[in-house]
Every structure is written in structure tokens, then in C-alpha cells.
Design a protein around this ligand. Structure first.
Ligand code: G4P
Length: 536
């Protein structure tokens, strides 16, 4: 690409600057089964990125301090991460955006949306547990999006599975080629470090008190006789054997296959002890892709094109100091400047983006500039929906932004009917965020049904309604477990007692079982039961 032409963003030098900023952006998310160490790794990455001085100020536990990305009170009570926020740091001249994603399975819908804003993902595995249920589900989401995935096998300071078996498990369960770029030397109390299979060097780690500062790293060759004295003769011998086996049997790392999502480079370490994190990060910034083109209704839009951003998440009441609604926007192309005039392309409405801020937990700083890959928080006066595009080009829209299909349904009733107004406001804002989905009975007489992927979403909804809107509700989980969208004669559809409408007025029916669904389909050939959106 030429860099001196006048580009769509203005002068030649602006275009050069834009290309430079795009090239140094790395936007990624961490996916893992709860407890594998995502929070600890996030904290250590921030430590190496200089974003926090000392790790340990930020661990995710009930009743103790929390990571900066873990800020809502229900998260604090439960010690789980519910909402996703975006953390930013610089490392080796790269500008890194780390999207924090909830690990709990009930929040995979939120995670899915967040992953639409990531250019790559880091999959964290527990060295003893390997691939777990939630890893598989989140992996499938990344696979669906075709984004490159790196793997960090954590907790090597504890007894681990056989590493060859673990890699085999990754390949057979997830269907991706796993190529180690480092290799652990020992595990559990014998864990001594890793061998860098690319640089052919040994990185030895020293335990530092509570992993609170950077781990010293010294480098030796794998055949260095001194190594035997350092790690013990048995471990040294095993390492030499393992390395000989890997070098003889494993295909080399193929960057193109990685970028295509067919191969995952695997790293080993212990986040708690800072083992392997810095090496991972310095390799990550070279391997992971910079922001690429985005598919839109107007064709493929390169990141160098004029400014376009898309909204992938909405969040109400983010912090007590700022009781407002925030839309998370990923810059897809061009240079974002605070105060710029854009079109909200779904409605054609003109907007001035003057209220833009960072999303680093409760700290808010104004964002003056942003580039493709960056995440900007926009104050949302209620105009944005998930999947919306704001652009200097009024025609650009995203193809459909899919949602998870709910699998549990609840009814609810207000404990204090005088709170009806606040209830509707809370219901509207929290469903707009995607905390739960709402279905309205077509007869209008009954309270709406809520739909969720897992029941914890209901608890979050109930708690947030109480805390943020002062509304107390009673909820009852129903025996419905399936939902289908319907087409056909509207008057026929409305005759069913369990017929409801989604938040966009589309007719929907709820079922208790597959048998129930099948039976209803057989009995009512006049109604068309639409296939579900592409399943995740
Ligand atoms: P998550 O966000 O994926 O759920 O995991 P998180 O980082 O919170 O880690 C879950 C538990 O695993 C924590 O222990 C954490 O300290 C521990 N952990 C993380 N990385 C490592 C590691 O490399 N080695 C070992 N041995 N443990 C690790 P916890 O018992 O829940 O709390 P804590 O008292 O240790 O803080």
C-alpha cells in the first residue's frame, strides 16, 4: 500500500500516521474455564505492560480486592467476573487492548459479543485440568469468528498432566493443531522454567515472593552441562529427550495457519509466579494480528478507510460516580477524534461523538483519539443498540449481530406496584444491554417472561434491578426450556396461551421439551417454526 497518497482520512501524513497506529494495535480477549487463571494472567499482563505497579492489588475473590476490570458489586460478592471491560497498555512499542470477558457460563452471550471486537484470543488452560467445558464453548465462538487463538497452559507450579497428552487433548477435543513454542521443565514443586523452542534457549525462573515483581530470567542452551546442575540431572535429561522428540515429530509453527485459526501456538507457565508471562507477551505482540478489514453491508472495509465504529456492548450504571449508560464502541476503520460528526447508520441520525471515554474500570479518562482496534466508551443517551454502526459513511452497516438462544425462562412480579415506572425503565435498559432477553405475552395482560442462557443471569438481573433502579421483584423459573420464532398467520399464532413476542415484536412460542415442540409442530402445520439463528 502506498503511504503518501491523500487517503480518505485527510492528508498524506495523517494517512501514514493512521497506518502506523493500525500496525501497532493488538486487540485480544482471554477465554478460559473459570479458575484456570484468567484474572491472574490479566493482572500480570498489566504488570508487565506497566499499567499497574504491583500485582496482588487486584485479585478476584469474594470479600477481597478486585481486578480493575471486576467492578460491579454482584461480581464482588460472588468473586466472578460478569461484565466485560477493556484494558489498555503499551508493550514493546505495541498498543495492546485487552478485552475482559466473563468466565462464568451464564455470561457467554456477553462474551460472544465481546469477542466480535477482538482480533485474536488467548485460551488459558489449567495444566492439570486441560480443556474444560467452558473452554470448549468459548473456543467454538472464536472458531466461528475465525480469529487466531494462542494458548497459555497455566499453573505449571502444580502437578500437571502429561504435556504430550494435554496437547493431544487440545487437538482432538478442539480440532486445532497445537504447536508448542515453549516446553516446560518439570511441574509442581520441580517446575524450573521453560525451554524456548524457537530461540532454542532455556528460560529459568526464580520464585519471587508471592509473584509480586518481575521474575528474573536467565538464558542457557539446552545442552549446557551447567543446566544439569541448575535443574537437576533427571529434569535436564527429560528435557533433552522431550525436545528431541518435539523437534523430530512436530510440524513447524506455521504463521499463516495460525492467522487462519487452524493452529494454536502453545506456551507454558505459572501466572501466579510470573513464570512465562513476559516471554508470552513479547511473542504475542509479534504473532498476533493487527486490526484487519471488517465485513459490512457495503463490502469489506479496510481499517485505513474513513472512520467507522461499531457498538458491541451496552452497559447501564457502570459506576456509582457516573450513573449513566455507556456504549462500547470498537473502532473498525479510520481515525476517531472526540467531537467528530458521524451518522448512526441504522437510523440515519447525525451524532457528535463528544462524550468519549476509556473503559478501564471506574477510572474514566477522556478519549481524544482512537484508532482501529481501540475500544471507546460512548455516553449513550439511549440511542444505541448492539450491532449499531457509527460512521462518516452513512451507508455502512454490519451484517446481523447474532444472539444466543435462551434456554431458561422466568416469570416475575413486582413486589411494590408503585415502582412500575422504574421497573419498566430498568427492564428496558438491562434487556438492551443483553443481561437477559425479554418476551412479552401477546395478550398484554401478564408480566413479561425473561429468557437467559443460564439462571445466574436472572440473579444478576434481579440484583441490578434492585440496586440500580430500587425495584424489588419476585422471580419464578418456569419449566419452559425452548423457544422458537414463528412465521405464518399472526391471528393463528396469537391464539396460543404461551405465545409471546420478542423485544422487536416478532412472534415467538415457548416449549417445555423437544417433545412438546414436535407435537405442536405436528398439530399446527399452518404455522411456520423458523430455524434458530446459527447456533454457537
Ligand atoms: P479465573 O479468573 O480464570 O477464574 O482464575 P483466577 O485468576 O481467579 O485464578 C483462580 C485460582 O487459581 C486462584 O486461586 C489463583 O490464585 C490461582 N492461580 C492462578 N494462576 C495460578 C498459577 O499459576 N499457579 C497456581 N498454583 N495457582 C494459580 P484461589 O485459591 O481461588 O485464590 P488465591 O487465594 O490463591 O488468590
Amino acid at each position: 500500500m502506498t503511504t503518501h497518497n491523500v487517503g480518505p482520512n485527510g492528508t498524506g501524513s495523517e494517512q501514514t500516521r493512521l497506518e502506523h497506529e493500525i500496525a501497532r494495535r493488538r486487540t485480544f480477549a482471554i477465554i478460559s474455564h473459570p479458575d484456570a487463571g484468567k484474572t491472574t494472567i490479566t493482572e500480570k499482563l498489566l504488570l508487565y505492560g506497566g499499567a499497574i505497579q504491583q500485582a496482588g492489588s487486584v485479585t478476584a475473590h469474594a470479600g477481597t480486592a478486585h481486578t480493575k476490570s471486576d467492578w460491579m458489586s454482584i461480581e464482588q460478592q460472588r468473586g466472578i467476573s460478569i461484565s466485560s471491560s477493556a484494558l489498555t497498555f503499551e508493550f514493546l512499542g505495541r498498543h495492546i487492548n485487552l478485552l475482559d470477558t466473563p468466565g462464568h457460563q451464564d455470561f457467554s452471550e456477553d462474551t460472544y459479543r465481546t469477542l466480535t471486537a477482538a482480533d485474536s484470543a488467548l485460551m488459558v488452560l489449567d495444566a492439570a485440568r486441560g480443556v474444560q467445558a467452558q473452554t470448549e464453548k468459548l473456543f467454538a465462538v472464536c472458531r466461528n469468528r475465525g480469529i487466531p487463538i494462542l494458548t497459555f497452559v497455566n499453573k505449571l507450579d502444580r502437578p500437571a498432566q502429561d504435556i504430550f497428552e494435554l496437547l493431544e487433548q487440545v487437538e482432538s477435543t478442539l480440532g486445532i493443531t497445537a504447536i508448542p513454542l515453549t516446553w516446560p521443565i518439570g511441574d509442581g514443586p520441580d517446575f524450573r522454567g521453560v525451554y524456548d523452542l524457537v530461540a532454542k534457549q532455556v528460560l529459568l525462573f526464580e520464585r519471587v515472593a508471592r509473584g509480586k515483581s518481575r521474575a528474573p530470567v536467565s538464558v542457557k542452551s539446552v545442552d549446557d552441562p551447567e543446566l544439569g546442575a541448575l535443574v537437576g540431572v533427571a529434569l535436564h535429561q527429560k528435557l533433552q529427550e522431550d525436545v528431541a522428540l518435539i523437534e523430530g515429530a512436530m510440524p513447524p509453527f506455521d504463521h499463516a495457519a495460525f492467522l487462519a485459526g487452524e493452529l494454536t501456538p502453545v506456551f507454558f507457565g505459572s501466572a501466579m509466579n510470573n513464570f512465562g508471562i513476559e516471554h508470552f507477551l513479547s511473542t504475542f505482540v509479534d504473532l498476533a494480528p493487527a486490526p484487519g478489514s471488517v465485513r459490512t453491508t457495503q463490502g469489506v472495509r479496510p481499517p485505513e478507510a474513513g472512520f467507522t465504529g461499531f457498538i458491541f456492548k451496552l452497559q447501564a450504571n457502570m459506576s456509582r460516580n457516573h450513573r449513566d449508560r455507556t456504549a462500547y464502541m470498537r473502532v473498525a476503520s479510520g481515525h476517531f477524534e472526540r467531537g467528530m460528526d458521524v451518522t448512526l447508520t441504522r437510523t440515519g441520525r447525525k451524532l457528535r461523538l463528544s462524550q468519549a471515554h476509556t473503559l478501564f474500570a471506574q477510572d474514566r479518562e477522556k478519549v481524544e483519539d482512537a484508532y482501529p482496534g481501540d475500544i471507546v466508551g460512548l455516553v449513550n443517551p439511549g440511542v444505541f443498540r448492539i450491532g449499531d454502526v457509527v460512521s462518516v459513511d452513512a451507508r455502512v452497516q454490519l451484517p446481523d449481530f447474532p444472539r444466543f438462544t435462551p434456554e431458561v425462562f422466568a416469570t416475575m412480579s413486582l413486589r411494590d406496584v408503585t415502582k412500575r415506572k422504574a421497573f419498566h425503565k430498568g427492564l428496558e435498559q438491562l434487556t438492551e444491554e443483553g443481561v437477559v432477553q425479554v418476551f412479552y405475552p401477546t395478550d398484554g395482560a401478564r408480566d413479561p417472561y425473561l429468557g437467559a442462557v443460564g439462571p445466574l443471569q436472572f440473579e444478576v438481573f434481579q440484583a441490578r434491578l434492585q440496586e440500580e433502579y430500587g425495584v424489588d421483584i419476585e422471580m419464578h423459573v418456569t419449566s419452559y426450556s425452548l423457544v422458537r420464532w414463528l412465521a405464518g398467520d399472526a391471528s393463528q399464532v396469537a391464539r396460543f396461551a404461551r405465545s409471546v413476542e420478542d423485544d422487536q415484536g416478532r412472534p415467538v412460542m415457548l416449549f417445555r421439551s423437544n417433545f412438546d415442540l414436535q407435537y405442536t409442530q405436528d398439530q399446527h402445520p399452518e404455522i411456520e417454526f423458523l430455524p434458530l439463528p446459527k447456533d454457537l
